[in-house]
Design a protein around this ligand. Structure first.
Ligand code: ADP
Ligand code: ASP
Ligand code: MG
Length: 418
């Protein structure tokens, strides 16, 4: 039997009515002759609520218990969808991650797949089951604890299953009808793309476009999974949505194809650290150990003369997600107490956001950065930190200007026009 993987996100399973709509879409594929693996998220808002409960109970929580709690939303929707399918006469059953088992590493809340044995699910398909409903986002560690794959992780569950089962396609059903040049919630000028290259999608995702989890794109690229994003609310067919594919499957491409943003960023500056070999390692190792995901890093030499501090000093600026600031501060204070680093002050700005311009065409076109900076300057938006790579330019700016910056950049690169 040909096999399809279909994934439904939080808004697509937000209530029993929507779950019925999902069941209709799944049944339509069964009627077309497919065996189907369905991956579901928690009902929309549920995971946030669970995260809130954990944080309110224990601010610097034990990550294993965090995963035990926040993974539970998916269990409910998996069971409900299996029941809904059964009510429609479709042979279906649910699986939680550990039952498959979806084996992962033990990096809690950021676990990676180790192995997904097919036997259990294959055996049920062989017995005549048509739909395997699998709780997304969760797995099982070598220590037999429940793990989660990071926010948005159900996308990655879906792609991993598509790879493991050699699915014909992995369809990600969501609340938008495809991948756009930027988040359509930020500007109505955003344009839907028919196709997008893996590499561009990888950058957009890792820079904040949450329509697909970064790892899901990475896996699809590595295992050559045909990955598609489409609407769970509209009628769809084989040509609906956006296909994520190899660069050479795309005829026309612009220099810049997308703008991403990440709203909840923080900028931290260690003022007057010693400028000597090993200082970066002394700062960033404890941050990594504390689970802080450092993103941009800038080291700028202080011109000021610090008479009481022998040797030259430097300021070290880095960014991380806002909700990791407490961990970062603690890690830095502990390192200072232990004497491995010295600094006068830790300045924290929790009111920043990151906006990024992405395009494969940047590899061969000059002037993209200048054009981006000019468009921000025209809106009087001050750039606090800049980072570039081969196919992206990112800037850290005041959060209150984030939407404006996205719109200005979208206009500057004429993304509205195909
Ligand atoms: P789901 O719950 O289905 O996983 P998500 O909320 O994770 O859905 O992802 C879908 C959302 O991603 C859309 O509602 C949209 O606001 C946002 N988004 C961000 N960037 C883009 C983009 N470039 N194209 C489409 N959607 C985007
Ligand atoms: N429910 C999880 C989250 O909200 C996983 C997912 O939806 O993909 O992040
Ligand atoms: Mg998602």
């Amino acid at each position: 039997m040909p096999l399809l993987v279909m994934k439904f996100g939080g808004t697509s399973v937000a209530d029993l009515d929507r779950i019925r709509k999902v069941a209709e879409k799944v049944q339509a594929e069964v009627d077309r002759g497919y065996d189907v693996i369905v991956v579901v998220s928690a009902m929309s808002g549920k995971t946030n609520e669970l995260v809130g409960w954990v944080e309110a109970t224990s601010p610097l929580f034990d990550a294993r218990e965090y995963d035990a709690v926040v993974s539970s939303g998916e269990n409910v929707t998996a069971g409900l969808l299996a029941l809904t399918l059964q009510e429609r006469g479709v042979p279906a059953r649910s699986w939680q991650g550990w039952q498959v088992p979806i084996r992962t590493t033990s990096q809690h809340s950021a676990a990676r797949f180790v192995d997904i044995p097919r036997d259990n699910i294959d055996a049920k398909f062989a017995e005549g089951m048509k739909v395997a409903v699998i709780a997304g986002f969760q797995g099982l560690s070598p220590e037999s604890r429940i793990t989660t794959l990071g926010r948005g992780g159900s996308d990655t569950t879906a792609v991993a299953l598509a790879a493991a089962f050699g699915a014909e396609r992995c369809d990600i059903y969501t609340d938008v009808d495809g991948i756009y040049t930027t988040d359509p919630r930020i500007t109505s000028k955003a344009r839907k793309l028919d196709r997008i290259a893996f590499e561009e999608m990888l950058e957009l995702s890792s820079l904040g476009a949450k329509v697909l989890q970064t790892r899901s794109v990475e896996l699809a690229m590595r295992y050559k999974v045909r990955l598609r994003v489409l609407s769970s609310f509209e009628e769809t067919d084989e040509n609906s949505g956006t296909l994520v594919c190899d660069e050479d499957e795309i005829m026309e491409s612009k220099v810049v194809n997308g703008i991403a943003y990440s709203r909840e960023e923080a900028k931290l500056t260690l003022v007057t650290v010693e400028d000597k070999p090993g200082i970066s390692a002394a700062i960033f190792a404890p941050l990594a150990d504390a689970g802080v995901n450092v993103d941009m890093i800038v080291q700028n030499i202080s011109e000021k003369d610090y008479g009481d501090r022998p040797g030259s000093v430097t300021d070290m600026t880095f960014s991380c997600p806002v909700n990791q600031v407490a961990r970062a501060r603690k890690a830095m204070e502990e390192a200072r107490e232990a004497g491995t680093i010295q600094y006068d002050e830790l300045i924290v700005d929790t009111e920043v956001a990151k906006v990024s311009v992405v395009g494969i065409g940047m590899r061969s076109h000059a002037g993209v950065a200048a054009r981006a900076f000019k468009s921000l300057a025209d809106e009087n938006i001050n750039i606090k930190v800049i980072a570039t790579s081969e196919i992206k330019i990112s800037v850290l700016i005041d959060r209150k200007y984030m939407e404006l910056a996205v719109q200005a950049l979208h206009d500057a690169f004429e993304l509205e026009q195909a």
